[in-house]
Design a protein around this ligand. Sequence first.
Ligand code: ADP
Ligand code: MG
Length: 664
Amino acid sequence: MDLNVIKGLGTKRIELLKSKGIESVTDLALYFPRSYYDLSNNESFLEDGKFRLIKAKVVTCAKVARIRKDFGYCYFEAVDEIGNKFKPIFYNQPYIKNVFKVDETVYFFGKNSPTKHGYFIVSTYVKEQKIKEGTTLLPVYKTFKGIGQTSLKSFVDQALELVAVDSFLPQNIENKHLELSLQEAVKKVHDPKSKQELTIAKTRIDIEKILPYIKYNEDIKKQKTLENTRFYTNFDHILRLFCDFLPYTLTLEQTKVINQIMADMKNHKPINRLIQGDVGSGKTIVSLIVLAIAVSSGYSAMLVAPTEILAKQHYQEALKYFSNLGLNVSLLTGKTTLADRKEISNCLSSNKPILIVGTQTCLNDEFVSDNLAMLVIDEQHRFGVKQRAKLLNKSKNIDLIMLSATPIPRSMSLIYYGGLDLSVLSKPPFVKQIQTNIVKESKEDDMWQFIKTNIENNAKAYVVCSNIDENDDDSYIGLSAKEMYNKLSHIYGKENVQLAHGKLTAEQAEKVLDNFKNGSAKILVSTTVIEVGIDIKDANIMVIVSPEKFGLATLHQLRGRIGRAGQKSYCFCMARNLSENSFERIDFFKNHTDGFEIAEFDYTSRGAGNILGTNQHGKTDNIFEFISLSTFNKATSLYNQLKNLDIDFSNNKTYLALSEIAMN
Ligand code: ADP
Ligand code: MG
């Protein structure tokens, strides 16, 4: 159902929602709260710079002040429950003038103004009279510039009335085996009466999300019982030649994993293996070596990466070695010309041995062949559900190897990878020397100066921001990627600074990266587009702006981009106004380098039902990111009971929308 059926949504706001991935009424119904306010836990006004919830009575009418044509504010007086007077203030929301009446009781969420004594900058509010009897938890949504909390909630409520949130499970099964229908669960998550009710509803939704993964894992296990008639040869020969060309020696860990895969290749069972290794642990070369064995044995093979940039990087790496060995390799992405696509598919259909390196384009049906023997998927968790289904189809008779750098807790890995054999690259090729610092606002200038000295000595620096240009939070003014780009161009000179973000076309992005990798630019300002796999060896500085806006896993990935040649490197977390909770997380990150430990910490500190505002802002950074082991067990036993039921989730709108939320 199209978003224009929602009252209050005009073309402009529909465009905005669409740009945030909310494209239909179903998406809106599944736009879950980021966190919840615990109304029983309100505080009084204090000037300590921390976010808090205050229950207060409005004392005066609102005054409006207009500073410029496009900037003004509105404030009034209020008194909290212990009698402290303060002034709630709203920026650029003139309509607030008519919203509050004297003597009304309102819950305000926000924090005191850093510059104006006695003022409280309101992020969101809710009037007591609007809260349903008996409610103790109030949902809080991630808002967008131009759509505030109250409007968003009203859109979500309308959506819940308009669409049926259908489970892919038949209704009789839903009724018989589950406490709640999916529809009821979704409604409750938007409006929970208690923490307990919220937990039950979340569990129901999680089950809907993970059943397909369980099925996927079971299907993989079934595949493993089949015979495989591939006959690979040339193992030692290729390995030796490769090692001769390599500018470094393989680590013991890399050799161990290569041996595991070679043993798989000699055994006539289909391979379904996951290689898990932290960022920079050297997975690429491991996969290139086994792919070379496959191609030199007369088969075709594929290496698929989630982005164009990464595919190209792998292609160039592969080309170095494959051309030396006299093996064919081609690049296949969405940008490949029709003629080249034809040639590649001809190669496949005529059984000419070749390695195809590319993006998800490789998964298209035109690129199949009985001779296609091995498929390696890099950063496999980045692929969505539809692509996974394709993958499973494509890999029916193919040896499948997946690479993943995202360390996830063991319980989660059961969900995602339960059907796969596992290889772990636990030690990187060299010990990284990265020093992580939390930089206070007062020390920022020193940091920029330090970076200046460093880049004059040929170092390179990444500066990562959470937003491109919009700021829906007063405390982050000046910290978006565009603003940062302007500031740094000023400090370091325009020719030294590049800007990359997700709205660039592939060509633009490539140019920018190329100028950073090989050209004159020393500093790359970007959003998290650089998170995945980018390998630029002389980068040794990573500045993360407002690190509290990122999950720990993302921070870890970002830090993994530097020091890739073993040089001394620096990660700066530019943290203004950290809440206690965020500080604890960032401090943990500062003191730990092991991705698995970081993932465990993230999981336990957030997965444990962290109710009140964790200052997480990303689309996936809500309580639905984590699925507990007990929910997983519940879903598994349900799957076992339903074994013979052929659930088709791939056409279920709810499921696809849910999984987009999970995967993005
Ligand atoms: P990831 O596991 O994150 O995909 P890469 O495969 O991109 O890591 O490898 C990271 C970097 O380490 C690359 O620049 C690669 O050339 C280098 N590398 C890989 N193996 C070794 C090794 N045994 N010794 C030294 N450098 C290595
Ligand atoms: Mg990689």
